[in-house]
Design a protein around this ligand. Structure first.
Ligand code: NAP
Length: 297
């Protein structure tokens, strides 16, 4: 006699549906701001060199901005642009009253110091949330402009309806754009938070940390680094990684095997990516409000 029920597969978190809800709210907000101030937010997206992933991201940004009534321009700079020239252009954009938000797409060429570039942006126009002021405010939980990807990850986790209080959260990857800021956001929600990185893997400890993760965020960029059988039963799995393998975009987690153990999991593509574009648009609206509400702050 069959004594156990077959486990139901984890629910796939639909990033496009979550993004659509954010756009509904933003559309109303942009309309309200336009009628109040006679001006709409304007996003300048900066791409240095050519990357197929950045082209795709820029197309999604352009489409989202146009649907919301946000102005948009893509500025392409050559791969060989110097640090000095890039900083000179940033100074110009910072002064330009038409431009209310600037996003510089990463990764930047190896000769460019990304930290200095982030620090040169006017924090009121920094819609990626990477200026040291925003990162510092995130420590206090004050930030009005968080990093887009960390905010998108929190939207996906919130969509599960899970109570995060006291949960074991494990983040794999400690980058300044994703791993570190999302660890602060999860800490703010009273998760017990562990951050894993390359040294965790090098010591052979990644599996033991992942195994106890009730909330797992993986942001590395190594296809299938996290194995399906490692997933804690009932976990929420957010796979941020994107790598191109044989022409296909794949994540950092073995999806099918992980889904058979998790309660919720993001697909790649179609999980985190669409929500990142939506949080970028929300930050663009927030930056505009910072400028019109407190122009001299
Ligand atoms: P990143 O700056 O290269 O950071 C990767 C992190 O992974 C680093 O902290 C690195 O640690 C760590 N790492 C490397 N190998 C590891 C290993 N074997 N075990 C554990 N940790 C390891 O990349 P990122 O900007 O954070 O992006 C991460 C991934 O997310 C990439 O695939 C990127 O394409 C993707 N992404 C997706 C979206 C989206 O919209 N879906 C948005 C942004 C980024 P060390 O620094 O110590 O080496």
């Amino acid at each position: 006699m069959e004594t156990h029920k077959e486990r139901v597969l984890g629910q796939v978190l639909d990033g496009r549906a979550i993004a659509a809800k954010i756009y509904d709210q933003l559309k109303r907000e942009v309309g309200r701001l336009k009628s109040l101030h006679g001006q709409a937010p304007f996003l300048l997206s900066v791409q240095v060199g050519t990357h197929s992933a950045s082209d795709l991201f820029a197309r999604s940004q352009s489409r989202a901005a146009s649907n919301l009534g946000i102005g948009y321009r893509l500025e392409r700079l050559p791969q060989a642009v110097t640090q000095k020239e890039l900083i000179r252009r940033i100074d110009e954009w910072n002064q330009d009253p038409q431009i209310t938000g600037v996003t510089v797409q990463f990764p930047l060429p190896s000769g460019i110091d990304a930290r200095e570039i982030s620090a040169k942006l006017d924090p009121k126009k920094d819609v990626e949330g990477i200026h040291p002021q925003h990162i510092g405010q995130a420590v206090f939980g004050w930030s009005r402009i968080g990093t887009c990807t960390s905010l998108a990850i929190m939207e996906l986790i919130n969509a599960t309806g899970a109570d995060l209080y006291g949960k074991e959260a494990v983040i794999v990857g400690h980058s300044e754009l994703i791993g570190k800021p999302v660890s602060l956001l999860l800490l703010d929600r009273f998760c017990t938070t562990t951050i894993c990185h390359v040294a965790t893997s090098d010591r052979g400890r990644l599996m033991e940390h992942v195994r106890r993760a009730e909330i797992l965020v993986v942001a590395v960029g190594k296809p299938h680094l996290v194995k399906g059988p490692w997933i804690h039963p009932g976990a929420i799995v957010i796979d941020v990684g994107t790598s191109l393998v044989n022409g296909q975009v794949v994540g950092d987690v073995e999806f099918e095997e992980a889904r058979s153990r998790a309660d919720f999991i993001t697909p790649v593509p179609g999980g985190v990516g669409p929500v990142v574009v939506a949080t970028l648009m929300r930050n663009t609206v927030e930056a505009f409000k910072l400028q019109v509400e407190r122009p001299n702050a």
